[in-house]
Design a binder for this molecule. Structure first.
Ligand code: NAD
Length: 295
């Protein structure tokens, strides 16, 4: 299948590479020349613009930072929808506001294009391994069209509901992830302040009632998990500012629905302070720095 892939960051690049490895013809585009060079080295075709990427594409996958990037790409001055062939399928895997997914999907429908939201979970490790979890919003028929491509990038595919529902599931998950990373960091920092070995303590908690995904795969303390961002100077991974965006989306949603999400609100405030302190570009597990004893 001819596929356009737009947004080749920490997540998009490995996802595009997996589609290429599965035998699809992938034409990739990103605003960053470095990102383009990286996928070109893996054998993908690179486009000169988003318009160029979508020429003749039967499916378009987007993996962009936030709502404004997705809305700007499809509905902004470039009017990308006008360059996409009628009958094509757009899979947006970015984490954005459900309302933005619905707005773009409506415009796509008017242009005869299928648009689904399919945000992911599983981190950069899951993107590289092709084991992501997809949370899809769209019709049964649209998901059926997307499934063969999603299966090349992920291991779990859930149909959350109509368009936008994937985004709602995703912000619920990420609100929980943001909270549990702060809680895990607090517990490790407390143990270390008492002289405990972070590796030993993490293993005790992992196998006890505090066990969670961060302790399994993404320990915030450097050196506990060799491949976690914490052991690589908090480079790559999932940026603090992206987590802050997701916690903001959860809070906006909670205000609209009058839901009570006190820990989600507190977690947002903690990541905001961490971002202001200069850590917005680091992986979100660097939030442990806020909680560690200095000196
Ligand atoms: P990233 O910042 O590493 O990559 C985003 C890429 O999009 C960049 O390379 C940027 O140059 C490109 N871009 C921005 N605007 C563009 C445009 N108009 N045209 C072409 N390219 C454009 O972000 P990421 O970590 O890959 O995350 C992407 C999305 O996936 C976000 O919504 C994030 O919340 C979500 N997500 C990330 C992770 C993770 O672990 N990193 C996990 C799950 C979901």
């Amino acid at each position: 299948m001819q596929i356009a892939f737009i947004g080749l960051g920490n997540m998009g690049a490995p996802m595009a590479i997996n589609l290429h490895k599965a035998g699809h013809s992938v034409k990739a585009f990103d605003l960053s020349a470095d990102a383009l060079a990286k996928v070109k080295a893996e054998g993908l075709q690179v486009a000169t613009s988003a318009q160029d990427a979508v020429q003749g594409a039967e499916a378009i996958v987007t993996m962009l930072p936030a709502s404004q990037h997705v809305e700007g790409l499809f509905l902004g001055s470039g009017n990308l929808l006008a360059s996409i062939a009628k009958g094509a399928l757009v899979i947006d895997s970015s984490t954005i506001a459900a309302a933005t997914s619905q707005k773009v999907a409506k415009a796509a429908e008017a242009a005869g294009i299928d648009f689904i939201d399919a945000p992911v979970s599983g981190g950069t490790g899951g993107a590289i391994a092709g084991t992501l979890t997809f949370m899809v919003g769209g019709t049964d028929a649209q998901l059926q069209r997307a499934r063969p491509l999603l299966e090349k990038m992920g291991a779990n595919i859930f149909h959350a509901g109509a368009v936008g529902a994937g985004q709602t599931a995703k912000i619920c998950n990420n609100m929980l992830l943001g909270i549990l990373m702060v809680g895990t960091s607090e517990a490790i920092a407390l143990g270390v302040a008492n002289g405990l070995d972070p590796k030993v303590l993490s293993e005790i908690m992992r196998r006890s009632s505090g066990g969670n995904w961060a302790l399994e795969k993404y320990n915030p303390f450097p050196g506990v998990h060799e491949n976690a961002p914490a052991s690589k100077g908090y480079a790559g991974g999932f940026g603090t500012d992206l987590m802050l965006k997701d916690l903001g989306l959860a809070q906006e949603n909670a205000i609209t629905t009058k839901a009570s999400t006190p820990l989600g609100g507190m977690a947002r405030a903690i990541y905001a302070a961490h971002s202001i302190a200069g850590h917005g570009g680091e992986d979100f597990s660097s939030v442990i720095k806020m909680l560690q004893k200095k000196g």
